[in-house]
Ligand binder design. Sequence first.
Ligand SMILES: NC(=O)c1ccc[n+]([C@@H]2O[C@H](COP(=O)([O-])OP(=O)(O)OC[C@H]3O[C@@H](n4cnc5c(N)ncnc54)[C@H](OP(=O)(O)O)[C@@H]3O)[C@@H](O)[C@H]2O)c1
Length: 260
Amino acid sequence: MKILVTGGTGALGRVVVDRLLPDGHDVTVVSRRARPERAAGTPGWATVDWRTGTGLDAAIDGADAVVHCATSYRGIDLERRLVETARQADGPHIVYISIVGVDRIPFPYYRLKLAAERLLADSGLPHTVLRATQFHGLVRELFALGSRSPVMPVLDMRVQPIDVTDVAGRLAELATGQPAGRVTDMGGPEVRTVRDLARTYLRVTGRRRVVAPIRLPGKAFRAFRAGGNLTPGHAVGTVTFEDYLRRLSDPATTSYRGVH
Ligand SMILES: NC(=O)c1ccc[n+]([C@@H]2O[C@H](COP(=O)([O-])OP(=O)(O)OC[C@H]3O[C@@H](n4cnc5c(N)ncnc54)[C@H](OP(=O)(O)O)[C@@H]3O)[C@@H](O)[C@H]2O)c1
């Protein structure tokens, strides 16, 4: 199949690409950046200007599926551009990765994700939407930043972090299958308090810090505290946060992408 992966440079997207390539698919990374020096066997590359759509129309021509992993915190212009361009092409299957609880938690970025889900549902295009819980890498990055000071602030809430390899595997499966609309949510193997995970992080990285849970005001954080970001009934991820950290050569890194 010819499959585009938008944001194929990102934390999740690059793992999706790695999943699809060995199965012989014709995979193209869609990125705002120019193609880096490429070695044999790496995927195709399309440099796209999302503001104008330049590059996207040519890339999408003849595509069977688009796994949309690019994201913007500012709005849903990317998704509007994708839908518009896909309509003018042969209407490829669009697979969208969203977040568990976007309809329960009025957090600004989650509102955008929900709006993007609705845009797709109303687009008339063949599509599939998977909601996943927070990635291990995001939780680790927050701990890495928070542990720069002797008192490490953590949110007073629970998370169910999941490994990007599990999510990427599921996206690859969905992209090569039939459009299914919204599919069952996907969560990590354990529901833990952030405070507890912070202690795991400190143990694995050999640091000593005072972990200080903080309670942020507002509806969004109340909804997080109520567990709106969790899906305990779908704890299908296979890698625990501790396993993930122990697999890393530098678990204390503050980088996000490419660390998995
Ligand atoms: N992180 C989590 O915990 C989590 C949990 C569940 C679902 N998700 C969803 O999974 C998807 C991928 O997340 P991720 O953490 O892998 O993302 P990411 O690494 O932060 O970003 C993915 C890619 O988006 C592109 N991008 C960033 N800002 C952009 C902008 N303003 N305009 C156009 N492209 C832009 C970048 O590609 P180029 O620079 O190559 O253009 C980047 O590599 C997102 O939709 C996210 O909402 C994330």
